[in-house]
Design a protein around this ligand. Structure first.
Ligand code: B4P
Length: 182
C-alpha cells in the first residue's frame, strides 16, 4: 500500500479534509504545514509571531521556517506519512527531495486535488478562518498559481502525479483518492 504521499492543490481544494481521512484509514503521519503554523501562532512562539502576519495576508511563510518544521517532524519518524500543503514552491520541493534522499524515504505518489476557482472561493468563505475573506482568498489563489502550480509539472515529469477531481461529497472524493493510490 502507498505509504509516502504528498497532497498538492489550491487553497480550499479539501487537502486537509481528505488528508485526515486517509491518514486515519492508512495509519499515516499527517503533516500539515498550515496546521503546524497555526499551532505556533496559537502558542505565541517566536516562530508563530513571525508567521501570523504573513498568513493573514495570504502569502507564503519563509521557506526556512517551514523547512525547519518539516525536517523536525520527519527525521526519526518510522512509517508512512502524508505531507499536506507542503511543498508550496520549487525551493521547498528541492529541499524536501534532499531531506528524503538523506532519510532514504522517497515520495511514492503526489495527489493533485483539482477544483474550479468559484467552488474554492465558496468553500473558503464558508469555512471562515482568519485568512478566509474574499480579498485574501483571491491573493492566495494568485500565490498558488505563481508559486505552487509549477510543482504540477515538476512531479508529472517524475512520473509521480495523479490528478483527482475534487468536487462532490467528501466521501466520493475520498473514494476517488483511494482508487488513484492503489
Ligand atoms: P493551509 O492550512 O494549507 O490551508 P488551505 O490550502 O487553505 O486549505 P485546504 O486545501 O487544506 O482545505 P480544507 O480541507 O481546509 O494553508 C494556510 C496558509 O498557511 C497559507 O496561505 C500559508 O500562509 C501558510 N502555509 C501553509 N503551508 C505552507 C508552506 N509549505 N509554505 C509556506 N506557507 C505555508 O477545506 C476548505 C473548506 O472546504 C473547509 O471548510 C472544508 O470543510 C470544506 N470542504 C472540504 N471538502 C469539501 C467538500 N467535498 N464539499 C464541500 N466543502 C468541503
Amino acid at each position: 500500500m502507498t505509504q509516502r504521499i504528498l497532497f498538492l492543490g489550491p487553497p480550499g481544494a479539501g487537502k486537509g479534509t481528505q488528508a485526515q481521512l486517509l491518514c486515519a484509514s492508512r495509519g499515516l503521519l499527517h503533516l500539515s504545514t498550515g496546521d503546524l503554523l497555526r499551532g505556533e501562532v496559537k502558542a505565541g512562539t517566536a516562530l508563530g509571531q513571525e508567521a501570523e502576519a504573513v498568513m493573514a495576508r495570504g502569502e507564503l511563510v519563509s521557506d526556512q521556517l517551514v523547512l525547519a518544521i518539516v525536517r523536525g517532524r520527519l527525521s526519526g519518524h518510522q512509517g508512512g506519512w502524508l505531507l499536506d500543503g507542503f511543498p508550496r514552491n520549487l525551493t521547498q520541493a528541492e529541499a524536501l527531495e534532499t531531506l528524503l534522499t538523506e532519510l532514504a524515504q522517497p515520495i511514492e505518489r503526489v495527489v493533485l486535488m483539482e477544483l474550479d476557482d468559484d467552488l474554492l472561493l465558496q468553500r473558503l468563505l464558508g469555512r471562515g478562518r482568519a485568512d478566509d475573506n474574499e480579498a485574501v482568498i483571491r491573493h492566495r489563489l494568485s500565490v498558488y498559481a505563481e508559486q505552487t502550480a509549477p510543482l504540477i509539472e515538476h512531479y508529472n515529469q517524475q512520473g509521480l502525479l495523479v490528478a483527482v477531481e475534487s468536487s462532490g461529497t467528501v466521501e466520493a472524493i475520498a473514494e476517488r483518492i483511494s482508487a488513484a493510490l492503489d
